[in-house]
Structure formats: C-alpha cells, structure tokens
Design a protein around this ligand. Structure first.
Ligand code: BG6
Ligand code: MG
Length: 218
C-alpha cells in the first residue's frame, strides 16, 4: 500500500524546467558557446553548483571557485526574475487534483526538491498548503542521485521507504528514489527515465486508484 507520495518540484508539479534551461542557455551564450535542450537533460534534478560544472564541461571552460560562484549567482538571479512572475497557471496538468486527492484519502504528501528556490515557487503558485513536509535544497547536503532528500521526506511524514512513491522527471531523481528503496513514477519520456518503475507523460494520467493498482505489491 502506498502511504506517502514524494514529489520533485521542477518539471513535475510546475513548469520551471524551462526557466532553468533559459537561464543556463543565456549564461552559456555569454560565455560563447551553444547549450542545447539535449544538453539540458543532464542538468535536470542536479544542484546549482553541479549544474554549472556540467555546463562548463560542455563549453570546455574552466574557472576558479570564486568565478564559478559568481557565474552560479548570475544564473540564479536571472532564474529568480522568471519565477517571481509565476502564478497558479504554471502548475502542470493533473498536479493539483492529484495533490488534493492524496490529502483526501490520507496519503502523506512531501516535497523532495534540489532547489533552494522551492519555497518561492510553492508560495507563488499557491501549492504550499498541500504539503505535510517540504524538503528542499536548503535542507540537504548530498544531491540526487543520493537518496538523502527522499529519505528526509519519508522521515518527516513518518512513512517507511517501502510505502513511499517518488514522482520525478529527472534521471538523477529516479536513481535517488531507487537507492532510497522507494517506488518511482517517471514523468516524461520512457527513454530518459528507463530506471523508473512506471513512466507517464504527466500527473494527469495518475490517480490514487491508479497508483494503488500499479503498486499493489508494495
Ligand atoms: C532542481 C532542478 O529541481 O533544482 C535543477 O531540476 C536545478 O535544474 C536544481 O539546478 C537547483 O535549483 P536552484 O533553484 O537551487 O538553483
Ligand atoms: Mg525535476
């Protein structure tokens, strides 16, 4: 039986993956190289500092730590400008009704996000009240695929890992769920999320009944 749903934020509940992409692409442009949507897959679910390292590797560039901190801040300042304008219209299809349904039937709801901007996004979109626990990039020390963020989420809602299901759009996030000993549902394409137990295009294909049916064995 599934007793807790742990949600990634960017690309699962809200359409912020596009803002991360745009902000990184702008930085790459300024540094003089092209950063494609395919490159961007490698950044999904990855922390800001690790994302910058991947971006610089793609561009074939090296900087010292102080300069890297400045570049990460530059990207984040731009990203923050985008998310400041967000509202509930940017909640992804099916997300709100599924969150409501979980709460109605008593399934615990937790956030497991790498982002340090998670609270701004949850507040601007009105999603904050739907969570029993919120674990984000300000609470974690190890980035996905490390399971820390989801283990902390499960602990916060007092549900053992085997009764938790993680919803993720990033490969690193699915690996984190697997390492945490949790079930997983990939949101996106089966090619990028091959390690997930199931993959659906969006949360619009998910309901509590569907979930209990998919994970009848747990
Ligand atoms: C993840 C995103 O949710 O958060 C990554 O998928 C992002 O793309 C990471 O780098 C960290 O986010 P932030 O807001 O702290 O820069
Ligand atoms: Mg994500």
């Amino acid at each position: 039986v599934i007793k807790a749903c742990l949600f990634d934020l960017d690309g699962v509940l809200v359409d912020t993956a596009k803002y991360h992409f745009i902000a990184w692409r702008e930085l790459a442009e300024e540094l003089g190289f092209v950063f494609t949507e395919q490159d961007n897959e490698r950044l999904k679910g990855v922390s800001r500092a690790a994302s910058l390292n991947i971006l610089l590797e793609i561009g074939g560039l090296e900087f010292d730590e102080a300069e890297k901190a400045r570049l990460a801040e530059q990207k984040n300042n731009r990203y923050v400008e985008y998310i400041a304008k967000m509202d509930s219209s940017e909640i992804l299809p099916g997300a709100l009704s599924f969150l409501k349904e979980c709460r109605e039937v008593g399934i615990k709801v937790a956030l497991g996000s790498a982002s340090k901007n998670a609270m701004t996004i949850l507040n601007n979109t009105g999603l904050t009240p739907y969570f029993d626990a919120i674990i984000d990039g300000t609470h974690t020390s190890a980035a996905k695929p490390d399971p820390e963020v989801f283990l902390l989420g499960a602990q916060a809602v007092s549900v053992p890992a085997e009764h938790c299901v993680v919803f993720e759009d990033a490969e690193a996030g699915i690996l984190a769920a697997n390492r945490a000993g949790m079930s997983s549902v990939g949101i996106g394409s089966p090619e990028t999320l091959a390690e997930a137990n199931f993959v659906v295009p969006s949360l619009a294909q998910i309901s509590v009944a569907k979930l209990q049916e998919l994970f009848a064995a747990v």
